[in-house]
Ligand binder design. Structure first.
Ligand SMILES: [Zn+2]
Length: 372
């Protein structure tokens, strides 16, 4: 992980508004993390934990940020104009700027001469992935994220690790107007709604949901991992036996029969293979650059953690293990820890491609714009 030097950290703090940073971090401890450090390209995609309320490190950092607040606006403007150490003024895009609940979006910058870039959004600060002079991060909006604006701050450091440019903008989260789906459960399945069963599932899979690979194994849209039709969409509010909805559907369901083939929708490395009471037999594949996928209710699987898989490679067989009313594949996509709609990843329209060509006219302006 990249640790900012004391000097770089202080310079970054001087150029930052504590209020704005707190906004981008969703009210968590401010910090610094703004990581102006060189050599970030060695470990792109690193997540930097934001100190929590009980973190003793938070107070001094918050104080330092508060002391710096007086002069920060002026310093920020100066930094934008000077762009020290960069070969050209970087162009920064956020695409799209209006994001539906449950969708992924991309932050990208063409920044020749830059050594490091990070993005602060929704309580996280992430190192942006680097490929040539392009930096990018794929981010996700939770299905139940509040509708409205969310601040996003991009910081770019020059080759020496000194802060060069910062831009801030607002992402407008749009209502996806999820429908409610009634699911009839028999007694055995109903017992799997027990909070302890859910907790066991979360605790077992939780450590494996985040991408760990700095290599990006995906290059184009994903292929569907199963041949059947999608019988239940992402985001549906689930009402079990006509009770008020207690959760939303975190993936898509492909219909099929026990034993049907499930293949890798894209390249990756197997992160986890195991079992929980709730999701039955499952697999998690790390596609790199912040993206993982999950496969559940399997009858069995044919790959092991650490194994590299190619697009189309046989992964597993469909089943009905765990909480399932019949054989199907429950497929999930997780972006930086946020479970998003997998359908966006198998369609050209809206696919968050890191190598796409952006229009310079669509680049973020230096000044904050409020989306309508
Ligand atoms: Zn499902």
């Amino acid at each position: 992980m990249c640790i900012p030097t004391t000097t770089a950290r202080h310079r970054a703090l001087r150029r930052f508004s504590r209020r704005r940073l707190l906004g981008a971090l969703g009210g968590a401890g401010a910090g610094l993390l703004l990581a102006a450090c060189s050599g970030g390209e060695d470990e792109p995609g690193v997540t930097v934990d934001v100190p929590g309320d009980d973190d003793p490190a938070e107070e001094p950092m918050a104080e330092a940020a508060a002391q710096a607040e007086g002069a920060d606006d002026e310093a920020q403007s100066a930094a934008e104009e000077e762009s020290p150490g960069l070969e050209a003024e970087p162009l920064i895009w956020v695409e799209p700027r209006e994001v539906q609940q449950g969708a992924a979006f991309i932050v990208a910058s063409d920044a020749p001469g830059a050594g490091f870039a990070s993005v602060a959004f929704g309580g996280q600060i992430l190192s942006m992935q680097r490929e040539g002079s392009r930096f990018y991060a794929i981010l996700g909006i939770d299905a139940l994220a509040p509708v409205g604006p969310i601040p996003l701050i991009i910081s770019i450091a020059d080759g020496a690790g000194d802060p060069a440019v910062q831009r801030e903008t607002l992402i407008a989260v749009r209502d996806s107007e999820w429908q409610t789906e009634v699911v009839q459960l028999d007694e055995e399945n109903r017992s799997l709604l027990d909070p302890n069963v859910t907790r066991q599932d979360t605790e077992t899979r939780g450590p494996f949901l985040r991408s760990r690979s700095s290599d990006r194994f995906w290059h184009d849209i994903f292929d569907p991992p199963a041949a059947g039709v999608i019988t239940s969409g992402y985001g549906l509010l689930r009402s079990y036996n006509y009770r008020p909805p207690s959760e939303y559907h975190a993936g898509v369901d492909f219909a099929g029969a026990v034993g049907d083939t499930i293949v890798a929708p894209s390249g990756g490395v197997v992160l986890w293979g195991g079992q929980t009471q709730r999701r039955g037999n499952g697999l998690i594949v790390d596609h790199g650059a912040g993206v993982t996928s999950g496969y559940y209710h399997l009858s069995d699987f044919a790959v092991t953690p650490g194994q590299v898989v190619q697009p189309g490679q046989f992964l597993a067989r469909m089943g009905a293990t765990g909480l399932a009313t019949g054989p199907h594949l429950h497929w999930e996509i997780v972006v930086q820890g946020v479970t998003v709609n997998p359908v966006q990843w198998i369609r050209t329209l809206g696919f968050p491609s890191p190598t796409q060509e952006f229009d310079p006219l669509d680049a973020l302006p230096a000044r904050l714009e409020i989306p309508g």
